[in-house]
Ligand binder design. Sequence first.
Ligand SMILES: *Cc1c(COP(=O)(O)O)cnc(C)c1O
Length: 379
Amino acid sequence: MINVFQPSLGAEELARIKGVFESNWLGKGKLNDEFELGFAAHLKVDRKHVFTTNCCSEGLFASMHMFDIGPGDEVIMPTISFVGAGNAVCASGAKLALCDVDPRTLNVRARDIETKITPNTKAIMLIHYGGVPCEMDEIMALAEKHHLYVIEDSACSVSSTYKGQACGTIGDMGMWSFDAMKILVCGDGSMLYFRDPELKVKAEKWLYFGLESKSGYSNSVDKKWWEYDVSSFGHRAIMNDITAAMAVEQLKKLPGFITKRKAIHEEYDRLLADVSWLDTPLPLAADCTSSYYFYHVQVKKAQRDDLAKYLREHGVYTTFRYFPLHRVSRYEIKGNFPNADYAAEHTLCLPLHQSLSMEDVATVVRLIHEFGRINHLNE
Ligand SMILES: *Cc1c(COP(=O)(O)O)cnc(C)c1O
């Protein structure tokens, strides 16, 4: 089976894990430090803005606490968002206000957000779909005008930049995921960014029981180190040094991963250019870079599901990300989302990962051609 996503872990990661075993310190420690430092440099921000947590979803939930979002408030997000983002807003007691997206890029636009702004709107939570940056100038201008926080779910955009700035560091808070299906993979893990370093300090406490004094490796209290106080009724959501060991090695490999993904992206573009019944991704804006997380095609006629089934029967696994939140009944959303509905019926994410060979890409494309011929889609 050709997987749609797949991690690329190797001997380097194993060697670092071995080092963690030997150090006898498995919890959050030196390797988390190393990763935070390295990732901050990768983002081109100061280290005082970032810290690790156990998963990106925890960051989404934490964002509600950080910006005091709760009952009476509204948060706008594109309906094509990750389920954890929707859950975070609803769990806080705030109202989930979904908006439509661009039908081709599946990214939210300022004009989509604008239609949902009310006096109760407190924040915008957006996602850079597949690693392609949203139109951040327009969105930030809108947020400024209406005094809204901007939270960037950057799970897809580990290496994406908008006009030279890393996605996830443009708004007030950003979060990245390193789970098993992402580009930089460590099993589970996440980095959080806060524009305001004081908020980072607050978040770090919130994600460790609200503890005022730290224990463990960073403890510098000289006596009665078992006493403590809490400033909030926080969670326990920290990354450990076993996962951080993988993350530091993956970070070194990240530029190579992106190069490989870009090459695959371009190969798909080249080989699918003459398939008239398929829309391929739009070209990237000149002042942006992508992480090439997805390669999403759109079957113009209503045969996306059949194509997915055909590919799967022939050993190629595909998927659609992200099932629109307005179709999830528990969210109880009313309204029309024609572009997202179009996207949800026509979009398919093709295999894209670092271990994919160009022969694999050719196989996927050959099957797509075959499917088109069998179903007379070129006519
Ligand atoms: C994977 C993903 C998340 C969640 O990340 P975890 O680290 O698994 O919690 C959030 N948002 C998007 C867009 C994702 O793709």
